[in-house]
Design a protein. Structure first.
Length: 557
């Protein structure tokens, strides 16, 4: 699972290259300054002649299920939110919250009750209306511990639901910040399909693997083998929500090998190459029939230090190792410059981003001096420091991902310069996950990636009370930070919350349970006949209703 795609496990999204708010977020520019793919070489097509055709999207991550209750990857989440289902609310390209299935809502004065009014024209693809009973069913299901919904944390402070009438639902909740965020991510489920399914059977139900019933702009068509999903345009999708998509068919293909997927893009086997590796960007950009587009992302790459290991128990050591890393050099070398160096967990996409935190610069001399002062010395001149009989030697593990493996090799050389010996290990996905998240924490240090949520609530990573839980694999506990982490999601005043985020960010930079490397910029490869594509931080599929294939290049289904 921890391959070139993403993973959502528990309440945490693993980033695209690793093993997922009520705010306006500034979005960085995309690869095409105009935002659309309309090259001069193609003859203009009037808007009323753009409908029809098939778009084939290729990615390297398999899509085993589209059940929102159990799927853990980035691509399925995108399909759920933008293709097959609807969410209650959604973000626009500027990350402003907009109505979607819920056309309006009212919040009481003390923020303890909210009433949603649903649209009456959104139908399940089998013809039944989507109602408040479906919303209540979805809420009760994700709150059920037996279901083990990966992102239950979105609704920890939502307490009860009451169906007022078929298109009105009232919720009781505890006051907290960004309380609508979960409803922008969770696809609503059909009670008439899943209502009688025992919780223990939901994960393997055919609803997710072979018979999805959605209510979004595309209907499920068929699943061809394990590597292809086919969707048909939903002609009944409400016009106020975007209406019928321009393309007739949308096909998702899984091609795990990057070289093969590039060849498919070059020959027209796919129109859209998701998550284009930086190493292939120049080849795509050089071909007249292709182009590269980029978008900002919330995915960051980091090194997790297992503080149970004696080498990493002291934050001085972790800070020194961080100062021994040339992070900008890593971005330039392994991502073709596609990334933003970061010192902490808040990226430039977030409203509380601090561009000048207490950072740790690339400073090998300072790193060596800090280690000397902490008692880590190279007494026998073998190039490896030691203290009290423990060598500054450790195993740096990652998954079979070329970018991560390249980072490992570079860091092995850089950290040798400050007196650390790094042994490199690549573990298959099935073994790496349990090694990291098991209570035994069977690792020294690991290069990993997360996709940060718009609502940054990182208690699962750092809270002392969660030190035995899967995501607290750094085994980090700072009692002074716990009240800050607890206050962030419950603080409604944005100015106060900004200061809490600042305190959080500075504490993590100071203690270095993770060494944050960079936030990614994500690239995609497109054939030029695919038109109307706009990319932003929401993901590649957010604007899929506007995609169309130039009629001169359409082929038979």
């Amino acid at each position: 699972m921890w391959g070139s795609g993403s993973i959502r496990l528990g309440t945490r999204r693993w980033g695209r290259t690793s093993l997922g708010l009520i705010a306006t977020v500034a979005v960085a520019g995309c690869g095409d300054p105009a935002g659309e793919t309309e090259p001069e070489a193609l003859r203009p097509i009037p808007a009323d002649q753009r409908a029809g055709g098939t778009v084939i999207v290729g990615g390297r991550t398999s899509i085993p299920t589209l059940n929102p209750l159990v799927s853990t990857d980035f691509e399925p989440a995108q399909i759920q939110k933008h293709v097959l289902f609807t969410t209650m609310v959604r973000f626009d390209a500027e990350q402003r919250l907009q109505p979607y299935l819920a056309e309006a809502w009212e919040l009481n004065r003390d923020s303890t009750q909210i009433v949603f009014h649903l649209r009456r024209d959104v139908k399940w693809h089998d013809g039944l209306p989507t109602t408040a009973h479906d919303v209540a069913f979805t809420f009760q299901t994700v709150k059920d511990p037996e279901v083990a919904f990966p992102n239950r944390g979105w609704f920890d402070l939502w307490e009860a639901a009451e169906v007022v009438d078929p298109f009105t639902i009232r919720f009781v909740l505890q006051p907290h910040a960004d309380f609508l965020f979960g409803w922008s991510q969770l696809a609503i489920l059909p009670e008439h399909v899943l209502g009688d399914v025992p919780a223990a059977e939901l994960a393997g139900h055919p609803f997710g693997t072979s018979a999805p019933v959605g209510n979004g702009p595309f209907r499920f068509g068929e699943r061809q083998g394990s590597d292809r999903w086919v969707f048909q345009a939903n002609a009944e999708f409400p016009g106020e929500l975007g209406g019928r998509p321009l393309v007739d068919r949308l096909v998702f293909r899984t091609v795990t090998d990057a070289t093969t997927l590039l060849a498919e893009l070059q020959t027209g086997g796919v129109h859209f190459y998701l998550d284009l590796p930086p190493a292939q960007m120049d080849r795509v950009a050089a071909e007249p029939s292709l182009q590269v587009m980029t978008r900002p992302s919330r995915s960051y790459t980091f090194i997790a230090w297992n503080s149970k290991r004696p080498q990493f128990a002291d934050p001085v050591v972790r800070r020194a190792l961080a100062m021994g890393m040339n992070r900008q050099g890593l971005v330039d070398a392994v991502r073709n410059g596609l990334g933003t160096v970061t010192a902490g967990p808040l990226g430039p996409w977030h409203w509380a981003y601090d561009p000048a935190p207490e950072s740790l610069p690339y400073a090998p001399d300072s790193a060596r001096a800090a280690l000397e002062r902490a008692g880590w010395q190279d007494a026998d001149s073998d190039g490896v420091r030691a203290r009290d009989g423990t060598e500054l030697r450790f195993e740096l593990v990652t998954n079979p991902n070329q970018v991560r493996q390249d980072i490992s090799v570079i860091l092995q050389s850089q950290l040798a310069e400050v007196g650390a010996r790094v042994d490199l290990l690549t573990m298959e996905n099935a073994a790496l996950g349990p090694a990291i998240t098991s209570p035994e924490r069977r690792f020294d240090a690991a290069i990993l990636g997360f996709e940060q949520d718009w609502v940054v609530d990182d208690r699962d990573l750092w809270a002392c009370g969660r030190i035995a839980e899967p995501y607290q694999f750094a085994s980090y506990c700072n009692p002074a930070l716990d009240p800050v982490l607890d206050s962030i999601p419950r603080t409604l005043d944005r100015d106060v919350r900004r200061q809490l985020y600042r305190r959080y960010n500075h504490a993590i930079v100071r203690d270095q349970p993770f060494t944050f490397l960079f936030f990614e910029t994500v690239a995609a490869g497109l054939r030029r006949e695919l038109q109307g594509v706009r990319l932003d931080a929401r993901g590649e599929l957010a604007g899929v209703l506007d995609w169309w294939v130039h009629p001169d290049f359409r082929t038979a289904p």
